[in-house]
Design a binder for this molecule. Structure first.
Ligand code: NIG
Ligand code: FE
Length: 426
């Protein structure tokens, strides 16, 4: 992997710093505060941001004056620069697209009907079980490269299509192998509780015991993941089983997160007792749970790509959550069943047009609050001295164009831990 040296980005038209006056994730009005610096420059050294300011001030800096010849300079030509996106919810460990499900849904079947008939998550299991770790790592690497092309520099990556001890460990090892080859940052999540695999049909309690007693200890022993996730919903894992899994995770010092409220409402109180880093989807949320949620640092992560791709007219009620003071993030939910997209700008565009989030709110949700959702806000999600040098350069002159030009990729350069990789001829 290339090593980070020093780098000066100058002549930035709009730099969205996302710097924060107060600690904690963004909520309410603070979600719209992008900390914009016009005519800006950012100096990165050894993979870290060392200074942020106007181009004029940067060029007057004594250290830079002395070292100017040694520091490679990128002229951003008036473009928009922002923190690299933090995609806090992806499922990249699968082999094949699910084209049969896709066509069945177009013909009128729902996501749940397809899953009940043996399609859905279950139809991705064989591909993973039969694949080598190297083949899986190759697929993940391709996804990571594509994420970076769309401006993402930090990615959460879940297992969850192996659903037995061997294939879940293989999936997490494949994530680790791919992460080592990528200059960006990968956070691995164990999702053995994605659904009950067919061989445990009707015996979900036994499968959940296996997750708690064998899989979680094995994942922890090999240090393969920082988080444990559960698909807590109708037809997948129940709220009681989720609490059991969260309890096991805590015993092994693993943090937790959950898919919740995608298909049906689950009351959040019992889940919040386990301090999840995030609760994701949140299409169905009981109003009575919002005050308690707003009191926590648990992030509600919206994944509108799934609503779009499943052809739903209903989207999460972002306005209701934001106005209740809940801290919200946006993610792609990249997966073969419900959201085969790697584009954070697409997720942001959907958030704006379908969920009535403003472009500024969508950007904060895709950067600093995504970092909070991964408990990485001390290093990621904003452009501030001391943070990791993760930046995205967009071929636009106003940040609102990022969600505006939907379906086209305007990201021209991504810098990951100080390593630049340019994507498109500009
Ligand atoms: O987040 N809801 C559960 N997991 C994924 C879908 C997984 C799949 O269908 O393969 C999601 O939408
Ligand atoms: Fe998901």
């Amino acid at each position: 992997m290339p090593k980070a040296s020093s780098l000066l980005l100058a002549n930035i038209g709009q730099l969205l710093t996302l710097r924060s006056a107060s600690d904690g994730p963004r909520r309410g009005a603070s979600l719209s505060d992008l900390g914009i610096v016009p005519d800006a420059a950012v100096l990165c050294v050894g993979g870290k941001i060392v200074s942020v300011g106007s181009t004029k001030d940067a060029l007057r800096d004594p250290w830079l004056k002395k070292n100017r010849k040694k520091v490679p300079e990128i002229d951003c030509g008036g473009r928009v620069v922002l923190p690299g996106f933090v995609d806090s919810h992806t499922h990249p460990v699968f082999m094949q697209p699910r084209l049969v499900d896709f066509e069945q849904r177009i013909s009128g079947a729902s996501y749940e009907e397809i899953a009940e008939a043996g399609g859905g998550i279950r139809s991705s299991i064989d591909g993973v079980r039969n694949a080598s770790k190297t083949a899986l790592a190759k697929k993940i690497s391709r996804a990571l490269a594509d994420l970076a092309r769309h401006g993402t520099t930090t990615v959460e990556a879940k297992s969850g299509y192996g659903l037995n001890l061997e294939s879940e460990l293989k999936s997490l090892e494949a994530i680790r192998a791919a992460a080592r080859e990528w200059p960006g940052t990968v956070v691995a999540t164990f999702l053995g509780a994605h659904t009950v695999p067919p061989e445990y049909r009707g015996r979900s309690r036994e499968y959940v015991d296996l997750v708690c007693e064998e899989m979680i200890p094995a994942v922890e022993k090999r240090k393969l993941a920082g988080f444990v996730d559960v698909f807590c919903d109708r037809g997948a894992i129940s709220a009681e089983e989720t609490a059991q899994i969260f309890g096991a995770a805590a015993r092994y010092k693993l943090a937790v997160r959950a898919h919740v409220g995608q298909l049906s409402e689950t009351r959040l109180g019992p889940l919040l007792e386990h301090h999840p880093a995030s609760l994701d989807h949140m299409d169905y949320v009981n109003d009575a749970d919002l005050p308690a949620l707003a009191q926590t640092e648990t992030i509600a992560t919206f994944v509108p790509g799934a609503n779009y791709f499943l052809g739903l007219s209903r989207y999460p009620d972002a306005r209701r959550l934001i106005e209740s003071g809940v801290a919200v993030a946006l993610a792609t939910d990249y997966n073969p069943g419900s959201s085969p997209t790697l584009s954070m700008p697409m997720a942001m565009s959907l958030a704006c047009t379908q969920m009535k989030m403003s472009p500024a709110e969508a950007i904060a949700a895709a950067t600093i609050n995504g970092a909070w959702a991964l408990r990485l806000a001390d290093r990621k999600g904003s452009v501030e001295a001391g943070k990791d040098a993760d930046l995205a350069v967009f071929e636009v002159s106003d940040y609102r164009e990022i969600p505006y030009w939907f379906g086209a990729n305007r990201c021209v350069l991504t810098i990951m831990n100080g390593v630049p990789s340019s994507h498109l001829a500009s």
